[in-house]
Ligand binder design. Structure first.
Ligand SMILES: *Cc1c(COP(=O)(O)O)cnc(C)c1O
Length: 481
């Protein structure tokens, strides 16, 4: 099985090649040329880590020994080796994706990616070290640092906007331990940091460097593939609880930003898992909601700052993969992406829109609705949602109300409420005082929900990474590593 670019003008590569290069040379994203036959019923019999191994072996053939790689990636790193537990809450089932080492759902993928990268290096006989460069608006940076820390043959450097991440997120990054990690603040906003990283990649093209540059961004198939696992694990849990028989449909509501998480759900469906509707939940930045309703993708609007910052996004990169999967037309996809780039919008043909609407329902929930949902679910169910998960919950309610579809609903929970203590405290009717660390303790006192260990110990850890650079100093900083 080979991987091909969504834009059709790059040569096909094998799994290891796709993982190593991340993005295709023509700017497209890699997709398998055909999805493998997969025994999804047998997969449902397995424990979560073995599920991951069988899914990754099917999706990334040629990368050997997935059993060892998945165990190395996950054993002992999450609160339990079940990785992503499900909890029945009211009418829905919450899939807790935030029980990993940094309390972010990105841990599921970023614990696995280093194993896939180093195994791909071995497959290709590459000797030189890899330097992972990443710009972060908060969660990705910490999850990537933790995933890559002390992985032999790999170094990682994370840039974050100075003053542009929360106190907790900054503390998570600047206290990072590990012999191969660097963290640096950039004077500017997230776009400046991201543009700076892109410029470093461009400046280093074709240069003789002591390492190979790579990224931990969600366009890499090695980040997407590990995310199929928890759709299977959630389905298995519903069967075990007697809520469904194997074969019955389950709907999933997914708080969406870059469209990676929800696309993994669509791929799980393509592999046979009985997924009904995938609910694409946005916040007030509702580009995707409009797109799924009208077929017009239009990023020409201001980016709003919300209480669910990981969903504040105008261009959802992984949507390109869905367009390619559903149309099978690389010429169409590269035309649409070119138009998005030059004019800021595109419209898909009617038949493609119909295919999208057959699998996806779109909704959006602003901060006001999110606050209402967090407060109500806490009062009525005694369960604490974070603002991202609250958007998923709200859109799941909208879907039920609009369609009357009563199939079991799984709401993906993408962050611990302790990552956003101010928004959560306000929603449950508490007044705020002190630092974010004080607010974490206040939230624990009021609710009795324990602070995750990795966040509870943060305030007392030494700050190890205090460098701050101008945008123009990012390249020399990296060359000096
Ligand atoms: C990254 C992230 C999302 C969005 O996931 P995508 O795969 O980018 O759609 C949602 N919630 C949280 C908390 C995240 O960190």
């Amino acid at each position: 099985m080979l991987y091909r670019s969504t834009r059709g003008s790059s040569p096909a590569v094998d799994s290891a090649g796709a993982v190593l290069s991340g993005i295709a040379p023509d700017g497209g994203l890699y997709l398998p040329e055909a999805l493998p036959a997969f025994d999804w019923r047998a997969c449902l019999q397995k424990d979560t880590i073995s599920m991951a191994a069988s899914l990754l072996a099917a999706l990334l053939p040629g990368i050997p020994d997935m059993n060892t790689l998945t165990r190395r990636a996950y054993l002992g790193k999450f609160q339990s080796d079940d990785l992503t537990p499900t909890v029945a809450v009211g009418d829905f089932t919450v899939l807790e994706l935030f029980r990993g080492p940094t309390s972010a759902f990105k841990d599921v993928a970023l614990c696995m990616l280093p194993q896939l990268l180093t195994a791909s290096k071995a497959v290709k006989g590459i000797r030189e070290d890899i330097l992972i460069l990443t710009a972060t608006s908060g969660d990705t940076g910490k999850a990537a640092l933790e995933g890559f820390r002390d992985v032999p043959g790999v170094k990682i450097c994370v840039f974050y906007p100075d003053g542009g991440v929360s106190q907790v997120q900054r503390a998570q990054m600047v206290t990072q331990e590990g012999s191969n990690v660097t963290v640096c603040a950039v004077r500017g906003n997230f776009d400046d940091a991201q543009t700076g990283v892109k410029n470093i990649f461009a400046a280093c093209q074709g240069k003789a460097l002591p390492y190979r540059l790579s990224s931990a961004n969600s366009i890499n198939i090695g980040r997407l593939a590990p995310q199929l696992t928890y759709y299977f694990a959630a389905y298995r849990d519903l069967v075990a609880r007697g809520q469904i028989q194997v074969g019955e449909r389950v709907n999933f509501s997914v708080p969406t930003g870059n469209f990676g998480d929800i696309l993994a759900g669509y791929l799980a469906k393509q592999l046979g898992l009985p997924v009904g509707t995938l609910i694409c939940a946005s916040n007030a930045n509702n580009v995707l909601t409009d797109f799924i309703h009208t077929g017009i993708y239009d990023r020409r609007r201001p980016l709003l700052k919300t209480q669910s910052p990981s969903m504040d996004i105008l261009v959802s990169s992984n949507l390109e993969r869905l367009l390619a999967l559903l149309s099978g037309d690389t010429e169409l996809v590269s035309g649409l992406m070119a138009k998005l780039n030059t004019e800021g919008f595109y419209q898909v043909p009617g038949e493609l829109l119909e295919k999208i609407q057959a699998s996806f329902f779109a909704g959006c929930s602003d901060d006001c609705r999110g606050q209402e949902v967090i407060g109500r679910v806490w009062r009525e169910q005694g369960y604490l949602l974070d603002p991202h998960t609250a958007a998923g919950w709200a859109c799941a309610e909208d879907y039920r109300a609009k369609t009357g579809d009563t199939a079991p609903m799984v709401v993906l929970s993408t962050a611990s409420p302790y990552k956003f203590p101010a928004a959560v405290l306000t929603a449950i009717g508490q007044s705020l005082s002190g630092s974010e660390f004080d607010q974490m303790r206040q939230l624990e006192d009021v609710t009795g929900v324990p602070i995750p260990g990795n966040l509870a110990t943060l305030a007392g850890k030494p700050q190890r990474h205090t460098a701050v650079v101008e945008k123009s100093e990012m390249l020399p900083f990296v060359l000096g590593l």
